[in-house]
Design a protein around this ligand. Structure first.
Ligand SMILES: CC(C)(COP(=O)(O)OP(=O)(O)OC[C@H]1O[C@@H](n2cnc3c(N)ncnc32)[C@H](O)[C@@H]1OP(=O)(O)O)[C@@H](O)C(=O)NCCC(=O)NCCS
Length: 175
């Protein structure tokens, strides 16, 4: 499995981004889970390699039990008709010297809403949260075969930090 690691240094407050008719809010409660799972299924339906569909149990294990994740760090983009159209999660890992290492996880936009700036909006929102918390270096991993993701991250300023590496598993499944 080919994994590409990328990083962006924030040197100034992230630019304010808007998309007409689209609003971003944090995950609220368990009622948001089913919509988020449906979004992930829709967004990754054509992913190659494919992603096993999430279940509610996967979600709870990943976001409610995992120490680096929490639902309040999932950001949801809704269109003007209250449809969930995109999402991103911020993972904050404790590093050395009480440092916090932020990372982008599970960025997804429904196919029918792509190329309207929704992922750019979500990532700018996540970066603003990081900036306010004093976090200046944002990391992520993506699958080298996910071309749309590679092009997107390049467009919004993320640079490769490591060579593509072979790894038995990455984020092609919620496991
Ligand atoms: C990657 C993804 C999140 C991008 O979402 P999006 O809302 O369409 O992206 P945006 O509209 O904000 O794109 C911003 C810029 O990124 C670049 N970009 C995004 N998708 C692109 C594509 N398919 N081809 C080329 N450039 C692309 C463009 O420069 C674009 O600006 P432009 O439309 O003005 O040219 C979306 O394609 C997706 O959900 N893919 C499947 C899931 C996935 O791979 N997630 C990432 C896992 S790490």
């Amino acid at each position: 499995m080919h994994v590409q690691q990328l990083c962006r240094l924030l040197t100034a407050p992230p630019q304010y981004v808007t998309v007409a008719g689209v609003e971003v809010r944090p995950f609220k409660d368990k009622r948001d889970i089913a919509g988020w799972i449906d979004l992930m299924r829709d967004a990754f339906v054509a992913a190659d390699p494919p992603m096993r569909p999430w279940t509610t149990a996967d979600f709870e294990k990943h976001f409610l039990v995992h120490a680096d994740h929490s639902p309040d760090k999932i950001f949801l983009a809704y269109d003007g008709e209250h449809r969930l159209v995109g999402s991103v999660a911020l993972r904050v890992r404790a590093g050395r010297d009480r440092q916090h290492i932020p990372a982008i996880h599970w960025l997804a936009v429904r196919p029918a809403w792509r190329r309207r700036g929704i992922a750019r909006l979500l990532v700018a929102h996540l970066e603003s949260v990081c900036w306010r918390r004093g976090m200046r270096e944002i990391h992520l991993e993506t699958h080298a075969g996910w071309r749309e993701a590679a092009r997107f991250y390049e467009a919004v300023g993320y640079l490769p930090t490591h060579q593509v590496t072979e790894r038995p598993s990455m984020r092609t499944s919620p496991d």
